[in-house]
Design a protein around this ligand. Structure first.
Ligand code: NAD
Length: 404
């Protein structure tokens, strides 16, 4: 069955209850040491979350851009007075014996090359999403991971947002809806934020909007569908954002809205809607099965004075959440980044360091999310449906698809 099923480890409340202040998985007589490669917005979030969780220690970072290093150092000083090493050379950094795990949070188009260098360490890796900007590189990463002496965890941490943890718990552990029939996911949000060198305004750097941003949602849809995507049709394009945006003489070419339909081998039908010219953030997952409907939703904002809130509704007779109930994590965890999702991603990373099986995204699952995203982008360009098996064959992924 493809994508591989996710072993689920409890609902959000159980995960909170199971939290311990100390890492139960020390390496010898010390906490695991982490190296952060790429100290931009996400690199700083990984540092902040590592400190908040307290299970591991960030030992150092590598980033060629002084502005990012300075910003990360100043954030670090607010968190702790522990030393933080700034390495000039990635090869030297990964071999440091104080480093037990490596977080790669550089722009998407650099993942593939940086990963080749980092793999010389043989150490555990947390690689940000999307794993690569094209399917050929992504497939190589899957092969590399299969032969790698340690593990490579993928940064699809939306799985750990409280409303999706609880939704997946209801759908899979509790079978609350019976067999799932339809899945409708949507994201409404403001435009892409500023990034170092504006890398995210160009498809060649990001892999395209559906790859860059929406691999999270295709991963969630795949996990709910528990089957292999068969056909994809998408319509979308550029309507409002960055239409006149130029950077170093190049015009932005990224899409800002899309509607995608996915048929799965097992008969599940799914849709995904993206709109990136809204004021606030709203995400919704609606799943309907034989016994009823589940809705997991989140209102959020980039404005610090607007509180985020998430809800879960399970419209199944006698269910405690028949009327929507609020879900979430304690405030310090929610506010540490991505509404607590990154915090639980780090718990999973620490558990994997200790050799445990976790429900974090594997390289194979990450590739399945990119297959759907790429097929959708292909469909948008061609204005017709894409047969996923034929598309994978064309892209050199015939064996991977068939093995699925
Ligand atoms: N998981 C999530 O929810 C999530 C959210 C946002 C971003 N991301 C991902 O995180 C990654 C980084 O995004 P960001 O928002 O932090 O971007 P950013 O532009 O804020 O930061 C990227 C940093 O990487 C540095 N960098 C570039 N090339 C490098 C290299 N060769 N070695 C070391 N550092 C290098 C840049 O100087 C910059 O400081 C991207 O892959 C992005 O898709 C994931």
């Amino acid at each position: 069955m493809t994508p591989p099923p996710s072993p689920l480890i409890g609902c959000a409340a159980e995960r909170i209850a199971a939290l311990t202040p100390e890492n139960p998985h020390w390496i010898g007589d010390r906490k695991p040491g982490l190296l952060v490669v790429g100290a931009g917005m996400m690199g700083r979030e990984h540092m902040r979350v590592t400190q908040l969780l307290g299970w591991a220690e960030v030992r150092g970072m590598v980033d060629p851009f002084k502005g990012s290093v300075d910003w990360a150092l100043s954030d670090w000083r607010l968190l702790t007075d522990q030393p933080l090493k700034v390495y000039d050379d990635l090869r030297e950094a990964i071999q440091d014996s104080a480093v037990d795990g490596i977080v790669i949070s550089t722009p998407n188009h650099t993942h593939h090359n940086i990963l080749q260098t980092v793999c010389a360490s043989g150490k555990p890796i947390l690689l940000e999403k999307p794993m690569a900007t094209n399917l050929a590189d992504a497939e190589q990463i899957v092969r590399l991971a299969e032969a790698y002496p340690s593990f490579i965890q993928l940064g699809m941490q939306y799985r750990y947002k409280a409303q999706y943890v609880d939704a997946l718990y209801e759908l899979q552990s509790q079978s609350a809806l019976g067999a799932v029939k339809t899945i409708a996911m949507s994201e409404y949000r403001p435009p892409f934020l500023d990034k170092v060198d504006q890398w995210n305004k160009f498809n060649r750097n990001s892999g395209g909007t559906l790859v860059e941003k929406c691999c999270h949602y295709f991963d969630l849809i795949n996990v709910v569908a528990q089957s292999r995507p068969k056909r994809v049709y998408a319509s979308g394009g550029r309507a409002v954002n960055f239409l006149d945006f130029e950077w170093q003489g190049q015009s932005s070419d990224i899409d800002d809205h899309a509607m995608v339909i996915i048929d799965y081998d097992n008969g599940v039908r799914a849709s995904f809607t993206l709109n990136m010219f809204c004021q606030e953030l709203y995400e919704e997952l609606v799943v309907v099965g034989e016994r009823g409907r589940l809705v997991a939703s989140e209102h959020a904002s980039f404005h610090p004075d607007i509180r985020s809130s998430a809800r879960l509704q399970v419209e199944v007779p006698q269910h405690a959440a028949y009327q929507a109930v609020p879900v979430g994590y304690p405030d310090p965890i929610e506010s540490s980044g991505h509404y607590g999702a990154t915090f639980f991603e780090h718990i999973a990373f620490n558990r994997q360091l200790a050799g445990q099986t976790v429900d974090a995204a594997t390289p194979q699952q990450a590739l399945w999310s990119l297959i759907v995203a790429s097929a959708a982008q292909h469909s948008m360009q061609r204005r017709r449906e894409v047969d996923v098996a034929a598309y994978c064959e064309e892209q050199g992924l015939g064996d991977f698809y068939a093995a699925g």
